[in-house]
Design a protein around this ligand. Structure first.
Ligand SMILES: *Cc1c(COP(=O)(O)O)cnc(C)c1O
Length: 397
């Protein structure tokens, strides 16, 4: 094991201003899920994403739960969701007793396949059982092909919830990722591009929807002089202390995006000549935030599997992670329907899972540490080069 600190995938990166806003919360004694940090962070997030409004929550998962509830999802309803994602995209549908159908990825964006969605919606329409919502995930910072997906969803009149937990700060056709669906959600968990240590948000241009989300997030209190409740509610608001961290983090979001894109560029320049690997593509007219640099290892060109790769990197004290195991392959969802990108070939999400890996991409990763990662990858995939680093900037410095 290398004698240095472990190089992590993505760790919190504070700007320094966080304490100022936290101090404001203490000074005003608003140590509650109410206060000026919450109000201001909501306004600033809405401004940043160019949305009519934002509503802060205790987590991204809570935001998805509220979004589904706002769209009226209930027991026995159908919800469609990207298969290639983290479990949190789909769990909230289960909280509400809904039934999930999973949609495969397409090879260009690795996100939801428009052609698979179209087939799934056609079938559902024939059965007279259209979903109440479609959860489209923007994975690893890359927007899905929202224009095509929206066109299809609109045809059937089904609203889209954009799970932009990993794509805050990314763009698609010059608009912020997360602002294409009826509701978009973000996460501020510890490993995301910016963090409040834990938290999330909904954004929407539909202010009624946001008021409803707020109402449900605060125990669904009826308008009455006492505590009266007609609907089931939740305790899902973000605290004013954590919103203070969020405000300072939002100020540096664009810097964080640029840094992560730079990290990707360095990997790309150094490693793209290795024929055995392919990086996650960036679709046309989009700007990924490159939250995590991800790549696939071609099984026809090398015998090294992602498992062995991860194991070797681990021996060098470097954290890597396999790509998300598709949800339709999860034991939890073994009875759920699944629509493949192409009916006659292996599912794209399954191939990605078998071949792919995430490598360290934190915006606070040092240049030196990135070179160590590059060297190790070269040692594993092109053993005869001894991990020689060719990048010019290194030789200059
Ligand atoms: C992190 C994440 C979530 C959940 O966010 P939390 O804030 O951790 O609850 C949902 N979807 C995706 C794709 C994520 O990566």
């Amino acid at each position: 094991m290398a004698n240095r600190e472990r190089i992590l995938l993505s760790s919190p990166h504070m700007s320094g201003n966080e304490k100022k806003y936290i101090q404001e919360a203490f000074d005003s004694n608003w140590i509650a899920p109410l206060g000026s940090n919450v109000t201001k962070f909501e306004k600033e997030l809405a401004q940043y994403t160019n949305s009519k409004g934002a509503s802060l929550t205790s987590s991204g998962t809570a935001a998805i739960h509220l979004a589904l509830a706002c769209l009226g999802v209930g027991k026995g309803d159908s919800v469609f969701c990207s298969s290639f994602t983290f479990i949190a995209s789909a769990n909230p549908a289960l909280y509400l007793g809904a039934e999930l159908t999973f949609i495969d990825s397409e090879p260009n964006s690795w996100n939801m396949s428009p052609q698979a969605l179209e087939r799934a919606l056609c079938d559902a329409s024939l059965e007279n059982r259209l979903p109440k919502a479609i959860i489209v995930v923007n994975l690893y910072g890359q927007s899905a092909d929202m224009e095509e997906l929206l066109e299809i969803a609109d045809l059937f009149g089904v609203p889209i919830i954009e799970d932009a937990a990993e794509s805050l700060g990314a763009e698609y056709k010059h608009k912020k990722s997360g602002t294409f669906g009826k509701i978009g959600i973000y996460s501020f968990n510890g490993n995301k591009i910016i963090t409040t240590s834990g938290g999330g948000a909904l954004v929407s241009d539909d202010e009624e929807m946001l008021s409803k989300a707020f109402f449900l997030a605060t125990q669904a209190k009826d308008v009455a002089p006492y505590y009266q409740h007609s609907l089931v509610g939740y305790n899902y608001r973000m605290s004013n202390v954590l919103a203070g961290i969020g405000r300072a983090q939002l100020e540096v979001l664009d810097e964080r995006v640029e840094k992560r894109r730079e990290i990707f560029q360095t990997y790309y320049q150094e490693l793209d000549s290795i024929e055995e690997i392919h990086f996650m593509p960036e679709i046309k007219h989009s700007k990924s935030n490159r939250w995590l640099t991800t790549l696939v290892i071609d099984p026809f060109m090398t015998k090294i599997t992602p498992f062995e790769f991860m194991d070797k990197m681990n021996q060098a004290n470097i954290e890597t992670r396999l790509l998300w195991k598709p949800l339709h392959l999860q034991p939890l969802f073994k009875h759920s329907k699944f629509y493949k990108h192409n009916e006659r070939t292996t599912a794209v999400s399954e191939l990605l899972f078998k071949m792919g890996i995430c490598i360290p991409s934190g915006s606070n990763m040092s240049e030196e540490n990135q070179l160590i990662v590059i060297e190790e990858i070269k040692k594993i995939l092109v053993p005869d080069t001894q991990g020689e680093v060719l990048w010019k900037k290194v030789q200059l410095s």
